[in-house]
Ligand binder design. Structure first.
Ligand SMILES: *Cc1c(COP(=O)(O)O)cnc(C)c1O
Length: 304
């Protein structure tokens, strides 16, 4: 029996977790964390918001299934596969590169949710239009979702993140940037006197201009992007970052993932410390989930 759309995730679990301590008192900054990581153990965080309109559309229009794209460790595909399984819809994905050989990977999770997987070379993967044509027959009538849940439906869903609680009180919303879809949505939902602070978790080259273009078109509020906290690039890690994650958990009982949220927390604390985030600020930091990505770390790396 498919589960009703509204009960796929538990939005009430996304509570606000205030961080306390002398660090914040001295800086005169309030920092609250919106725990989107708690809405579901697999369909976590911002990915639910980014896929919800596509999922709803596929259900309402009775599409035979949903198909999307992603890498072998994609949080987006994990969320999509599980949401489709729960909703009783077929799902398929075109995956960049070869199938990883390690066990307990994201791929196993996708398979166990019943997602049909197709691995294509990195070159082929770039040719999205050709791929769509290639799979058109196999997946006739399927609803296609852009890579990583980017696009208008993703933005619209991400804007709803700020509807979970009263958020007028905050001066800043802070989020990680991958494709920038979440940040674009937050900027659409924020008030003109609020600022959205975005921390890219990858080196943004030419994509930065594209991202800024989309962001500017959607911006209802002001924004700041600090590109110096990517720790070497997408999914790159180092001992400093891992230590930070263990300390954050020990001090505040907040688990983070090394790809997105750990870099976000580390950056925001650095910006508070350097007073780039001024005294009197009231921050709402979006914990966008993604904890499943930590499975690629060696056992015992993290204390949680
Ligand atoms: C995908 C993801 C992001 C980035 O979201 P974008 O909309 O692609 O910028 C941030 N945090 C987590 C945990 C994610 O999985």
């Amino acid at each position: 029996m498919p589960t009703a759309f509204s009960s796929i995730v538990d939005l009430a679990a996304a509570d606000i977790h205030p961080l306390k301590g002398p660090f914040f008192e001295q800086a005169g900054v309030q920092m609250d964390v919106l725990r989107l990581d708690k809405i579901h153990s697999i369909i976590s965080g911002n990915k639910w918001f980014k896929i919800k309109h596509d999922l709803e559309l596929a259900i309402v229009e009775q599409k035979p299934g949903i198909i999307s794209f992603g890498g072998a460790y994609s949080n987006h595909l994990v969320a999509l596969a599980e949401a489709c399984r729960v909703a009783g819809i077929r799902s398929a994905a075109i995956i960049r590169g070869e199938e990883p050989t390690a066990r307990a990977t994201t791929i196993e999770q996708l398979r166990s949710a019943g997602m049909e997987l197709h691995f294509v070379s990195r070159e082929q993967y770039q040719q999205k239009k050709q791929l769509k044509e290639l799979f058109e027959k196999t997946y006739a009538g399927f609803h296609w979702v852009d890579e990583g849940g980017r696009g208008e439906n993703g933005i619209k869903g991400a804007a709803e993140i700020l509807e979970l609680h009263q958020t007028n009180y905050y001066t800043h919303f802070c989020c990680a940037i991958g494709t920038g879809t979440m940040m674009t949505g937050l900027l659409r939902a924020a008030q003109p006197n609020q600022t959205v602070v975005g921390i890219p978790v990858l080196k943004l080259g030419d994509e930065m201009n594209e991202l800024l273009g989309t962001i500017q078109q959607n911006a209802n509020a002001s924004y700041k992007i600090y590109p110096e906290f990517e720790e070497g690039g997408y999914a790159k890690k180092n001992d400093g970052l891992i230590n930070f994650m263990n300390e954050l958990y020990a001090d505040h009982n907040i688990p983070t993932d090394f790809v997105y949220t750990a870099k976000l927390f580390k950056a925001i604390l650095a910006l508070i410390e350097s007073r780039k985030i001024p005294k009197g600020s009231k921050l709402l930091l979006i914990h966008s989930g993604g904890l499943q990505g930590n499975r690629s770390l060696k056992a015992g790396t993290l204390s949680y």
